[in-house]
Design a binder for this molecule. Structure first.
Ligand code: F6R
Length: 587
C-alpha cells in the first residue's frame, strides 16, 4: 500500500538513490511514482503514471542534491494520474510530502483551507497545505508537529521543507523505518529500500515523529517529549531482497522453500515451549490473519486439533472484532502475518487487547508493528518476501504452527524431525524436471476461464489458498472447496474440460476425497491430482512426497507453481498483479 522513501546524507545523487530505493519497494504499489528535492532553494518535483521500475535515472543525473523524498503509489483517493501521484506540495511550493495511508478528515481540512487552493483529488494534499499554513508562524519542526495533530486516519509521512536541510517523518498506523548509516539517514516503508547502505534501523512507533538532520531525534506526538530508541541490527542480506537468476520474485521465493522451512523451525526451544504452554493455559484460543495468512491459520486449526487435540478458533482478521463477546482476559489471540503491518490484523489485535487478552504473533518482519505490539512474537526468518503473492512465508508459518502443536504434547523433537524431513523432501522436489512438468500442466489449462480446487481436512485450507494464488496472479477464476461440499451445490459449475485440482494426502480421508474427485470426473472435469500416489481418476498427476500430517506444506507448492506458470503463459507479470499491493495497510 504505497512505498515511501527519503534520503539525507553526503551523497549528492539523492534523486537517483531514492528512485533506486523505491524500485525495491515497487511491490507496495505500482500505478504511479514521484520524487522531490530541494534544488538550490527551489522545489523540484517529478511525478508520473507508470511503474517506478520504468523510471529513467538519466533524467536525474544533472540534479545534484543531498536530500530527496519519493513515493510509489497504490491509489486510494483520486484516480491514477500524474497530478495525483506523490509527492504533494503546498501552494507556495515550499513543503513537499510523501504519504502512505488514508487521511479520513481530509474533506473537512480542504474546506477549512479553501478548496480552490487544491490541485489534486487526493487526501494527501491537505498535509503539505496544513504544514505550510503552520510554518508561517512556526519552525519546520513545530509546523509538522501541529499539522499531524489535526490528521485523522492512518499515515506514514516524510516531509521536505525547501531551504531546510533536514527531513521530518511521522507515523500513525502505517510502517516507517529509519535506516541509520554513516552520516546518512534513510526513511522508508520497508527495509529493502536501504539494505545495501545500512542494516542499522530504528522503528518509528505510532504517534511518533522523527527529525532527521545530523542525527535522529524522536518525539512522542501526544506528549511532545523526546523518545529514546535502541538501534537494531537487521540480519537480512542485501542479495536476499533481489531477484538474482530468476525472472520473477514469485518464482525465486517459491524456490527458496528449499531452505525456508528449516529456518522457520530453528527456534529457541524455551520460546516454543513457552508459547505451547500459553496456548494450553488459555481459555479460548483464536487464530487470525488475512488472505493467505488466514488460510495458514485454518491449517493451524487442523494441526492443533489433530496433533494436540485442542480446539482453536479461526476468524479472518477483518471479521475478528465481531467476536469480541467471546474474548476475556484468559483468551489468547494468535496473529499470523508476513509483513506484520496488515491493518485488519492490527485491528483484530486491538479488539483482543481491549478485552485484556494476550496476543502472540508469527511474523516475517522482525520489529514490525504487529511484532512490537504483541505480548510475544516469533519470527519465521524467511527473508524478504517481495512478490505480492505470498508463498514461502505461508509454508514457514505453517511449519511453525505445526511445530508448536507438537510441543503442546511433548513431542517437539519429533515435530522438528518431521519438518526437517519435509524440508529435505521439498529440496528434492523442486528440481528443473518438476518445474517443467508443472509448466506443461499449466499450458494445458491456461486458457480456461474457471478452475476449482478441492481438499479435505488439513488440505481444505490449501484448496482455498491455491484459489487465492491462481486468482491473484493469473486472473483465472478459481475457487477452493471442501471436497465433500461439492455435491451440495458447486458441482453444478463443472462442465466438460473444467480444470479441477484435487489435493490428496496419504491419510484416512484419502478414500473420501478420491470419491469426490470421481464425482467431478463424471461431470467431465479435467482432473489434476496433487498426491504422493497415482490414482486412476487423475488426468495429470503431480507427485509430491508423503509427509503425513505435514501434507499441506508440500501440496501447496505445486499450486503456487501452477499459478505462476499460468500467469507467465498468459503474458502477465506475476510479481505485480493488477489492483493489488503487498502489505495492506488500509482497512
Ligand atoms: C496473497 C497474499 C495476501 C496476504 C494478506 C496478509 O498471496 O499475499 O492475501 O497474505 O494480505 O498479509 P500479511 O501476511 O502481510 O499480513
Amino acid at each position: 500500500m504505497c512505498g515511501i522513501f527519503g534520503y539525507l546524507g553526503p551523497k549528492t545523487n539523492s534523486l537517483e538513490l531514492v528512485i533506486k530505493g523505491l524500485q525495491k519497494l515497487e511491490y507496495r504499489g505500482y500505478d504511479s511514482w514521484g520524487v522531490a528535492t530541494d534544488l538550490n532553494g527551489e522545489l523540484f518535483v517529478d511525478k508520473k503514471v507508470g511503474k517506478i521500475s520504468e523510471a529513467k535515472l538519466d533524467n536525474f543525473k544533472d540534479k545534484s542534491s543531498n536530500i530527496a523524498i519519493g513515493h510509489t503509489r497504490w491509489a486510494t483517493h483520486g484516480g491514477v494520474t500524474d497530478i495525483n501521484a506523490h509527492p504533494h506540495f503546498s501552494s507556495d511550493k515550499t513543503i513537499a510530502v510523501v504519504h502512505n495511508g488514508i487521511i479520513e478528515n481530509y474533506q473537512e481540512i480542504r474546506e477549512e483551507l479553501g478548496k480552490e487552493n487544491f490541485i489534486t483529488e487526493t487526501d494527501t494534499e491537505v498535509i503539505p497545505q496544513l504544514i505550510a499554513k503552520y510554518r508561517k508562524d512556526n519552525s519546520f519542526k513545530d509546523a509538522v508537529f501541529k499539522a499531524v495533530q489535526r490528521l485523522e486516519g492512518r499515515y506514514a509521512i516524510v516531509v521536505l521543507n525547501v531551504g531546510e536541510n533536514y527531513l521530518i517523518a511521522a507515523r500513525r498506523g502505517s510502517p516507517l523505518i529509519v535506516g541509520v548509516g554513516k552520516d546518512e539517514y534513510f526513511l522508508a516503508s520497508d527495509i529493502p529500500a536501504f539494505l545495501e547502505y545500512t542494516k542499522d534501523v530504528n522503528y518509528l512507533d505510532d504517534d511518533e515523529m522523527v527529525v532527521v538532520d545530523g542525527g535522529v531525534e524522536f518525539i512522542n506526538l501526544t506528549t511532545g517529549k523526546p523518545v529514546k530508541k535502541r538501534l537494531i541490527n537487521i540480519d537480512w542480506q542485501a542479495e536476499s531482497a533481489e531477484k538474482g537468476e530468476y525472472d520473477h520474485y514469485m518464482l525465486k521465493e517459491i524456490m527458496e522453500q528449499k531452505e525456508t522451512i528449516l529456518r522457520a523451525i530453528n527456534q529457541d526451544t524455551d520460546e516454543i515451549m513457552h508459547i505451547a504452554q500459553m496456548i494450553k493455559d488459555s481459555r479460548g484460543c483464536f487464530l487470525s490473519g488475512c488472505g493467505t495468512a488466514g488460510k495458514v491459520c485454518m491449517a493451524g486449526e487442523y494441526f492443533f486439533s489433530i496433533i494436540a487435540n485442542r480446539h482453536v478458533n479461526f476468524a479472518p482478521s477483518s471479521e475478528f472484532p465481531v467476536y469480541h463477546h467471546f474474548l476475556r482476559p484468559e483468551s489468547l489471540l494468535i496473529i499470523v502475518s508476513q509483513s506484520g503491518e496488515t491493518a485488519d490484523a492490527l485491528e483484530a489485535m486491538e479488539a483482543a487487547k481491549k478485552k485484556g487478552c494476550k496476543v502472540f504473533s508469527i511474523v516475517n518482519v522482525e520489529g514490525s508493528t504487529i511484532a512490537r505490539q504483541s505480548d510475544f512474537s516469533l519470527h519465521i526468518k524467511a527473508g524478504p518476501e517481495k512478490a505480492v503473492a505470498s508463498t514461502k512465508a505461508a509454508t514457514s508459518q505453517m511449519a511453525l504452527l505445526l511445530l508448536i502443536a507438537t510441543a503442546m504434547i511433548g513431542e517437539l523433537q519429533e515435530g522438528r524431525r518431521l519438518l526437517a524431513e519435509v524440508a529435505s523432501q521439498i529440496n528434492d522436489m523442486l528440481n528443473p524436471r518438476f518445474l517443467n512438468y508443472i509448466k506443461e500442466v499449466a499450458e494445458k489449462i491456461k486458457d480456461q476461464e474457471n478452475s476449482y480446487i478441492i481438499g479435505k481436512a488439513e488440505n481444505y485450507p490449501m484448496a482455498l489458498e491455491a484459489a487465492i494464488k491462481i486468482q491473484e496472479v493469473s486472473y483465472v477464476h478459481a475457487e477452493g472447496f471442501a471436497a465433500g461440499e461439492l455435491k451440495h451445490g458447486p458441482i453444478a459449475l463443472v462442465t466438460e474440460g473444467t480444470p479441477c485440482i484435487s489435493l490428496v494426502a496419504n491419510d484416512e480421508v484419502k478414500k473420501d476425497i478420491i470419491n469426490n474427485t470421481l464425482e467431478l470426473k463424471a461431470r467431465g472435469a479435467h482432473i489434476i491430482g496433487i498426491s504422493p500416489e497415482k490414482h486412476d481418476v487423475f488426468d495429470d498427476w503431480i507427485k509430491v512426497p508423503d509427509v503425513g500430517i505435514a501434507s499441506p506444506l508440500v501440496n501447496i507448492i505445486p499450486t503456487q507453481l501452477l499459478a505462476y506458470y499460468i500467469a507467465v503463459l498468459r503474458g502477465l507479470d506475476p510479481d505485480m498483479p493488477r489492483n493489488l499491493a503487498k502489505s495492506v495497510t488500509v482497512k
